[in-house]
Design a protein around this ligand. Structure first.
Ligand SMILES: [Zn+2]
Length: 372
């Protein structure tokens, strides 16, 4: 079993619907908990099944707004309450507390026994309708949980993993991750750097500056902290979105994707580069590429970081120093003049099948890999 936790792209109407369902779930959980406490005080031995019966037969019919929401929500609210008590009796957690609005906004629904299919970027959920996600997901699951964190809604579920292979346009592609550009592919395609968040970053540092003298914990301080958290989220999402587009494109359309095992630690020693590398999220790039290659049936090849992809002429193999400020590779041997990143990406593509260069696939440990 694998699990998914991903952000939902919702319109205002959908956000309201989610908040209503989370409110419904919280209401039932808290109602059940207080009835449990009251029954216990009166000398009864409460259980979740009895509470649910009281709710279904006597309470729910009296509250009209509940009819407009999915009835699966209250079923799961009671299941979760029962689980909380089970954990308490086992001694693995504290006595269940009532849920507070804004802190535990979540609800779980299922499809009345039928599977829920999640496929791609847009998903039809029972009762809720069609929702979009910021990354493509693939899963067949029995139930999903929708929750709110820092004002954003997320979908999570567990599922059994399955693969599906997409037709490939290109056999092998080399990818050079850059500083000036996000990525340059060996066929000449360029993915630009994400610049749009820089304006948010300026705003972010201004907010942090303004908040420095406010009393921590005061109402004003909290207000600004919330804004800061929201901006942080925005910046992270813009970055993540660009990476997802790139990694999906690579894994879907190419039989083999060749990347360089970047010496990130060495590069981080260079302060100017450091920020750029952190911004572009190289680790995240590799992580996404590894799982998406599995999804779409392509192979990820990681070339040893000692291979001089930038210094080698992709035409004749001549090797020369290439300081970072040189954007064009000019070869004195064969006369080739080519964009620095494109040259590197072509070199990476050429490494497939070269036994002199140590390559590994994207798998976590070398023992897992049977090919290399
Ligand atoms: Zn050359």
């Amino acid at each position: 079993m694998k699990s998914i936790h991903t952000k939902l792209k919702l319109n205002n109407k959908q956000k309201t619907l989610m908040a209503q369902h989370a409110g419904y779930s919280r209401w039932c959980y808290n109602w059940g908990l207080s009835l449990w406490n009251a029954a216990y005080k009166d000398g009864y031995k409460p259980n979740v099944r009895k509470l649910r019966e009281v709710f279904t037969n006597h309470t729910k019919p009296l509250i009209p707004w509940m009819k407009k929401l999915s009835s699966r929500v209250y079923q799961y609210a009671f299941i979760h309450l029962g689980e909380a008590f089970k954990r308490f009796f086992k001694g693995s957690s504290k006595y269940p507390k009532s849920k507070k609005k804004g802190r535990s906004d979540s609800f779980t629904i299922d499809n009345c026994g039928k599977p829920i299919e999640l496929n791609g970027w847009s998903h039809k959920l029972p009762f809720i309708g069609t929702v979009k996600t910021y990354e493509p997901i693939e899963a067949t699951t029995k139930k999903i949980t929708i929750s709110r964190q820092a004002g954003e809604w997320y979908l999570s579920c567990s599922y059994e993993f399955h693969f599906h292979t997409t037709p490939k346009k290109t056999d092998v592609v080399g990818v050079d991750l850059g500083v000036k550009t996000l990525a340059t592919l060996s066929d000449g395609k360029v993915f630009d750097s994400v610049k749009s968040y820089q304006k948010f970053e300026a705003k972010l540092s201004r907010l942090q500056y303004l908040n420095r003298h406010k009393e921590a914990g005061s109402a004003n301080w909290k207000k600004v902290q919330l804004k800061i958290a929201a901006l942080h989220g925005k910046v992270a999402n813009i970055r993540k979105d660009a990476l997802h587009k790139l990694t999906t494109y690579l894994a879907k359309n190419h039989g083999t994707v060749v990347i360089e095992d970047l010496n990130v630690r060495g590069m981080l020693a260079n302060h100017k580069l450091a920020k750029s590398i952190a911004d572009q999220g190289f680790y995240e790039f590799r992580r996404q590429l590894a799982y998406k290659c599995k999804w779409y049936g392509s192979e990820l090849v990681v070339v040893d970081r000692f291979f001089p992809s930038s210094k080698t002429c992709s035409d004749c193999g001549h090797v020369q120093d290439m300081p970072l400020n040189l954007r064009t590779y000019d070869c004195p041997e064969c006369g080739l003049s080519i964009d620095r990143d494109l040259n590197a990406s072509i070199n990476l593509r050429k490494q497939v099948g070269n036994s002199e260069v140590s390559i590994s696939c994207g798998k976590a440990s070398p023992t897992e890999c049977k090919t290399h």
